[in-house]
Design a binder for this molecule. Structure first.
Ligand SMILES: [Zn+2]
Length: 196
């Protein structure tokens, strides 16, 4: 049987980020993490550029600071990269629209929580211009601030249920989403629906 892959579009990602549901989720997580500074913008761009000016599609979102790291500026979501990364990892299940949309929702929310943890790190003095410079010398997977953001986001998102917990196993690792994973995910998803 041929499986038809349906790609999630960047415009859809943008709509999800601008939705009321997403705003409510953001407010809720700010309380959970204990963020004081809620005066920062949410901005949507296509793709991130690294310091050498090259596009970097691995970056899904990024928090920026202003006045030499004295203030949070904004959280930027990169809609084209988010779309590509979701399709690349989960395209196999895109024939099931409900599940694919739910996965995209989890993926984007995880990216948000990750950035909110960075804002919290900034507020409690862990993230400064100095610590950022030190971390940049290390490989991404060895950066303490990144490890904390990844772990905290995974825990928070996973706490929403078995389905979320299972999806996070793929988002926060290099694990490939195989046919077996797809069967398991479908089972958990249906279970979740019937147990409501
Ligand atoms: Zn990060």
């Amino acid at each position: 049987m041929a499986i038809k892959y349906i790609e999630i579009k960047a415009t859809k990602i943008e709509r999800m980020i601008k939705s009321e549901d997403f705003k409510c989720f953001k407010k809720h997580i700010e309380t959970v993490i204990g963020i004081k500074n809620d005066i920062y913008e949410i901005v949507i761009e296509n793709v991130a550029y690294d310091e050498s000016g090259l596009p970097n599609e691995e970056v899904n979102a990024r928090v920026t600071f202003k006045n030499n790291y004295s203030k949070v500026d904004k959280i930027v979501f990169f809609r084209d990269s988010l779309g590509k990364n979701i399709n690349r990892k989960f395209g196999r299940i895109s024939h099931n629209n409900d599940i694919f949309n739910k996965i995209a929702d989890i993926y984007i929310k995880n990216a948000l929580v990750h950035e909110l943890v960075h804002i919290k790190q900034f507020e409690n003095g862990k993230l400064t211009i100095e610590t950022i410079m030190d971390e940049k010398k290390l490989h991404y997977t060895d950066r303490t601030l990144e490890i904390e953001a990844e772990n905290r986001a995974r825990k928070i998102i996973s706490s929403y249920g078995n389905f979320e917990e299972e999806i996070m196993k793929y988002i926060s690792s290099k694990n490939c989403f195989t046919n077996d994973s797809m069967c398991k995910i479908e089972e958990i998803y249906l279970d979740k629906k019937t147990s409501k």
